[in-house]
Write a protein that binds this ligand. Structure first.
Ligand code: GNR
Ligand code: NI
Length: 168
């Protein structure tokens, strides 16, 4: 197992489209283990492979605070979703920023386990929100893209001011 480093905004690799996993082999199992270990020390509730520079459709979720094994979702697809709600989110790849985004409060997801077995699961509340946040990472989307116009402008202004301060 190894700790992976987490890419941060504005790293362009966070914007790439992840590819479906085709081989359920030791390289995949190593990635899953490393994502779980990295999630464990990061204090996050979820982590997606593209946040570590890996372009496979793999994500892990742990809302137990490290008490349970993280849930693993490979090649996830949302089959149905209901009831939009407003949730305050943060992201390990956008440190220091929080903001409200609209998400579905219930989703039905289909995915593969690390052994390559397909499963379907109904999620509600924070697990549902976290899954949607992680699935966004698989298509190069960040929660800051979903903020209100005003909040997004505040974020962009702050980000460009920080970049200028760093360059100076
Ligand atoms: O740790 C995280 N907290 C969080 C809070 C609200 C909604 C989504 C999240 S996911 C985030 C970890 C992360 O960046 N995963 O990609
Ligand atoms: Ni994130």
């Amino acid at each position: 197992m190894a700790l992976l480093s987490i890419l941060e905004y504005p790293d362009p690799r966070l914007r790439l489209l992840a590819q479906p996993v085709e081989a359920f082999d030791v390289s995949l199992w190593r990635l899953v283990d490393d994502l779980c270990e990295t999630l464990g020390v990061s204090k996050g509730i979820g982590l997606a492979a593209p946040q570590t520079g890996d372009r496979r459709q793999v994500l892990v979720i742990d809302l137990s605070g490290g008490e349970a094994e993280p849930e693993v979702y490979i090649n996830p697809e949302i089959l149905a979703s209901t009831l939009p709600c407003l949730v305050e989110e943060s992201c390990l790849s956008v440190p220091g920023v929080v903001g409200n985004v609209v998400r579905s409060s219930q989703v039905r997801v289909r995915a593969y386990s690390r052994e390559g077995k397909a499963f379907e699961r109904d999620l509600e509340g924070m697990p549902a929100v976290c899954l949607q946040h992680e699935m966004d990472h698989l298509v190069g989307k960040l929660f800051v893209d979903r903020l209100s116009l005003m909040r997004r402008l505040q974020f962009r202004f702050g980000a460009s001011a920080r970049a200028r301060a760093k360059a100076a």
